[in-house]
Design a protein around this ligand. Structure first.
Ligand SMILES: O=C1C[C@@H](C(=O)O)NC(=O)N1
Length: 326
């Protein structure tokens, strides 16, 4: 937290939706507000939007309290699919009273859209997102005015599903899923994340929906800072860290497939509109990018709470980007 929070603004980002899958999870309003205060102290100029971890102790009364305190969303993690999701959900129906309250109080449901692997039923990381989409459709049917975001979509099927649904369903796409395919993470632990990057035709669909300028698709980085020693030694350590250089990555990658003209709407406008954050003043949070080559650092070093020297390996470490900050 101490290393990466001050880097948010340096990466060109002024608004961050904060994920609740910590140890312990951020499960209620008081925890969210305490966490927000810690983050705000480290990065006073960033707007932190807080989320709660969907969990069985969440009640409609707590949702009302959270909404009144300015917590914007509740994040749902299916059990066991990603970092700190051991307490994740197994059945959406038991949360219907919570979703009802969220709909009433205009909170957002943020979905990690995968179902758990189940070899007996031919479910693995490659089809886990596609098999989740029926849940998304059902939730949207049952709560038509609840704003739902399918987070970090990776498949053509997800893009098509979101496009087919109503205006209350949005979808985020990460920087890294615009770049990676299966070949890039199989055997490369620093590219392993959940959901895993998929086929070339899936990446093409993510790129195309941005090129099309679809207003309900927007940037959500899922930037996940895991230390090098865990990424390299724990096979299930999922996450790609893009937070330190979000906009230079994005400009470089969008330009590579002819979508640089979508940078502003995809990164700065569509999400704000979906989140009802209101217009920014013309210059608030403004950054200037220039077409100057820039080499991503090999690692970002820090000393952990036990005094050990550690490092985080950023996405595309050691690689050249074609854009940097002016
Ligand atoms: O959904 C997630 C969570 C994230 C993390 O580490 O928090 N890492 C991922 O790769 N995917």
């Amino acid at each position: 937290m101490k290393l990466v929070t001050p880097l948010i603004r340096k990466g060109g980002v002024s608004t961050a939706l904060v994920m609740p899958n910590l140890k312990p999870t951020i499960s209620n309003t008081d925890q969210a507000l305490a966490y927000k205060a810690e983050l705000q102290a480290l990065a006073p100029e960033v707007q932190f939007l807080m989320t709660l971890y969907l969990n069985p102790d969440l009640t409609p009364a707590e949702i009302e309290k959270a909404a009144k305190a300015g917590v914007v969303g509740v994040k749902s993690y299916p059990r066991g699919v990603t970092t700190n999701s051991e307490g994740g959900i197994e059945d959406y129906r038991i949360y219907y009273p919570v979703f009802e309250a969220m709909q009433k109080h205009n909170m957002i449901l943020n979905l990690h859209g995968e179902i758990p692997s189940d070899p007996d039923n031919d479910i693995c990381v490659l089809n886990a997102e596609e098999r989740f989409l029926s849940h998304l459709k059902q939730l949207h049917t049952d709560f038509p005015t609840l704003r739902i975001v399918l987070e970090h979509a990776t498949t053509k099927a997800a893009v098509e599903a979101v496009k087919s649904l109503g205006d209350t369903v949005g979808c985020t796409i990460t920087v890294h899923h615009l770049q990676l395919i299966v070949d890039d993470w199989a055997g490369q632990c620093h590219h392993f994340c959940k959901p895993v990057a998929k086929y070339p035709h899936d990446r093409a669909a993510l790129r195309q929906v941005i090129k099309d300028g679809h207003p309900r698709f927007f940037l959500g980085t899922d930037s996940a800072p895991h230390p090098r020693h865990l990424k390299e030694n724990a096979s299930s350590c999922a996450g790609v860290f893009t937070g330190s250089h979000v906009l230079p990555y994005l400009a470089t990658i969008l330009e590579s497939f002819g979508a640089l003209d979508r940078l502003q709407s995809f990164a700065c406008e569509n999400g704000r509109r979906f989140y009802q954050l209101g217009e920014r003043s013309a210059t608030a949070g403004q950054v200037t990018l220039q077409r100057t080559e820039f080499t991503v650092p090999e690692e970002l070093e820090y000393v952990d709470d036990e005094g050990a020297e550690r490092a985080i390996v950023p996405f595309m470490a050691g690689k050249k980007l074609t854009w940097s900050f002016a």
